[in-house]
Design a protein around this ligand. Sequence first.
Ligand SMILES: [Fe+2]
Length: 327
Amino acid sequence: MTLTHHEPVPAATGDPRLPVLQVDGGTLPAARIRELLDSAGAVLVRGLGLASPADLARAARDLGVTPMPEREGFTSRDDLGDGVHSASHWPADEPMCMHHERSYAAEVPGIAMFGCLTAPASGGATAISDAAAVLAALPAELVERFETHGWLLARSYRDVGVTLTEAFGTEDRAAVSAYCDAQAITHEWLPDGALHTRQLRAAVVRHPRTGARLWFNQAAFLNERTLDPVVREYLLSLYGPGSLPFSTYHGDGEPIDEQAIGVINEVYTAHTVREPWRAGDLLVLDNLRTAHSREAYQGEREVVALFGDRVRLDGHVPPGTPPRPAL
Ligand SMILES: [Fe+2]
């Protein structure tokens, strides 16, 4: 097995490279992958020849990763068995912004694994960003505000977006309420039958093994401003302010201004590293240290995903009830 570094795209700070571990089929070099996750936060394993969802499940077992069930997603995925899911259902021509998988959950996946079964004709990379470098590059006052108050995610479950069953594994109200109570999600059942939830989370966390401070949230991506303006206006006219499928706020309930969202997205862009998919590739991410995105693409693309190694981060769920957002 050999370790190579591909030419990076320019990045403002930090080490912009994605380690590519070349193997010749056979067994997954688990110890080496774990080392690289701690030093670089990500590794692309090439030459493994992943060809099916079961191959990704096997790679997870070889790596000692325990899969987590799919909960609280903001897009639909197909369940392919053994903890493996399809890529998010998301239009091919629309990029998906940088995010950490389920950074808003009380228990987050420590590891994200992606297997490329079919590489697209062009585009479609699962690009990555280093959360420590992103934190260091963000303006101090922006970080301070988020670090002081955290961030708030508000969601409404209606006929737009994921279903209750997709989000909570059940549509039984009592079971959904029990899940929310256990996972520090404030919730209410609205008169029209919809579920509304609010969850307050730290925006900056410390990595439990390396101690690195990380920008770890989806405050920009899940903000309502990220929705297509036409879709947003339509949903607002339908449901009213504060009742969109999802939106984000500062942790004190104040709106996040457009400029801050623009700055966060610019910093992510400046710290984006990509390596085009080849069929059979395995990408393993430390989901705390490394954010990921999905670029627009053309042609067939089949990438399967597995998230595991659940972790409860110190201070990630602040005490108290989340405020009602200022509308
Ligand atoms: Fe994702």
